[in-house]
Design a binder for this molecule. Structure first.
Ligand code: HEC
Length: 245
């Protein structure tokens, strides 16, 4: 009994500590079955992210097949320069330039959604704020002192941090960011920007595990098969038991 109490206490405090660690997280609520959303997400990705980040495990042709995009539309909207449908989604940014600009190479984003999780990504794109002490002029609540600029600023606008100051007993002052508020609106309303980020994250979740789309499709057929099988088995059962009763 005593051991059980200790175990439960540990479990509870452990999970509370974990919850406190993870900070405020917003929910992405992505939907991989929403093909239009995935297509919009892909468009944002190639237009706003691929100049710095690659997704080198994905080929354009595969993207087209999975998301229901024809080769012509693919070529017109998602492929730039001399790339061919069979090419992988690399970035044009050279290693040297990257190191010069950011002191690092922006990571490949193929499996970032799996490593970070959809909610983390969603929150990350919602929590850029102005910070003049940073070389890029922005900081991020989810990824402190991030080297990435706020790429989607035209869409979202600029947020500023509302800081709470508390006076400590020894006279010192602790500054803490209470929340972010929109200072300069962008092209989109807050609701529209949230929808754009959801599309982008939806696409990145697909990117992290493209086979998921196929699994969902197969899952649907398996359900249909099982329902038909149930019907057959039920009729068979009725037939067998007819004479027993
Ligand atoms: C101008 C170059 C640039 C562009 C454009 C850019 N990023 Fe970044 N990004 C970076 C750099 C540099 C980092 C590394 C930040 C660090 O480690 O401090 C980064 C980091 C990230 C991370 C964190 C990765 C991790 O797990 O540590 C994510 C996620 C990300 N970028 C997503 C995107 C998406 C999505 C877009 C398009 C909307 C985008 N980035 C556009 C430069 C860029």
């Amino acid at each position: 009994m005593k051991q059980l109490v200790i175990f439960l206490t540990l479990l509870l405090t452990g999970s509370l500590a974990w919850a406190a660690d993870s900070g405020p997280v917003m929910h992405a609520d992505v939907d991989l079955s929403d093909q239009a959303s995935l297509q919009r997400g892909a468009k944002i990705f190639v237009n706003y992210c691929q100049s710095c980040h690659a997704a080198a495990y994905m080929r354009y042709s595969r993207l087209g097949q999975d998301l229901g995009i024809t080769v012509d539309v693919l070529k017109e909207n998602l492929m730039f320069g001399t790339v061919k449908p069979g090419d992988t989604m690399t970035s044009n940014l050279s290693r040297d330039d990257a190191v010069q600009f950011f002191a690092m190479v922006p990571p490949d984003l193929s499996v970032t959604a799996r490593a970070r999780g959809a909610d983390w990504l969603y929150t990350y794109f919602m929590t850029f704020y102005r910070d003049d002490s940073r070389p890029t002029g922005v900081n991020n609540l989810t990824f402190k002192d991030v080297a990435m600029p706020h790429i989607l600023w035209e869409k979202q606008g600029w947020q500023r941090a509302v800081v709470k100051e508390t006076q400590n007993a020894d006279g010192s002052v602790t500054k803490e960011i209470e929340h972010l508020e929109l200072e300069t609106p962008g092209e989109l309303t807050e609701v529209e920007y949230a929808a754009l980020v959801r599309d982008l994250v939806n696409f990145m979740v697909y990117l992290g595990e493209p086979i998921k789309l196929k699994r969902y499709q197969i899952g649907g057929w398996v359900m249909v098969y099982l329902i038909i099988l149930l019907l057959v088995v039920y009729l068979l059962k009725k037939e067998y038991w007819k004479d027993v009763h």
